[in-house]
Write a protein that binds this ligand. Sequence first.
Ligand code: PMP
Length: 318
Amino acid sequence: MAGEQQHPAYIWWNGEQRRWEDATVHVTELGWSTVGAVFEGMRAYWNEEQEELHLFRLDEHLARLERSMRLVRLDNPYSLADLRQATLDLLQANETREDTYIRPLAYAAETSGKRFSQVGFASALLINTTPMPTHLGTGVTQTAKVSSWRRISEDVMPPRAKNLSNYRNSQLASSEARLDGYDTAILLNTSGTVAECPGSCIMLVRDGQLITPDLTSSILESITRDALIQLARADLGIEVVERPVDRTELYLAEEVFSCGTAAEITPIVSIDHSKVGSGEIGPITKSLERLFLDVLKGRESDHADWRTPVGVLQPTGA
Ligand code: PMP
């Protein structure tokens, strides 16, 4: 971030880096362009000692973007390698030296003045970055409410993709929870089992086992969820089970946390005014938080293949 600016100097848009101020569209594009948009949310973590920025699971996020685009039939003129390079160049151009959230967004192009049925499959793509410090290890916790809204189901919308329109469902649940005095919501799916939170997946601990709704429970195919399953199993020797999860298990769990790119690991300490375990952050959650932070920050070498060093200190294109 340059000087007093509240935004980065550049964004990447349709194949070029543009100055933030110059990246504008006509207001009439607002109509249909975002209805079919899909996006990604990924994060890069700054390691102060190494003076290096580490992008977490870049290729997996870009692969999911491609899958999301394919699912909603947006044409993608860029290869994974193009988008990979564009992301790295953008972080370098913005001289990013702090924990940062990166959001690629693919939306329907040239929709101005068109009727919905006239909107085609052509896409426009942008990537923007915004500072987002980690909250891992800060002791932050949340209270949750089981939402009166059900998570969108596979026969109506595609829950497994990062489809922008899905987030109206998330927003309804999230605002209901906040207006009712909770920090977040937990959504059940149309079968009545636990799905996920508005913008993150959910994991619980029962009898020392880590349990998370399976990928057919109307959840996003989360990259963090996948990473934590691997870390818990291989690094911490914890048994992990992916299966349908009943609502009542939420109230009986010893530990519950949400997980995702923005959520990282966020302990949930009370659900519907029922204390989770002791009401404090549990031991398995704590050890996963510690390990995950080391992985994200590049303080360990076992999972180096999950990190792409950005090389912020090198000149662009080096
Ligand atoms: N579920 C939803 C609805 C989300 O928006 C997110 C955040 N992308 C997640 C789960 C977690 O996914 P990931 O770990 O890939 O960020």
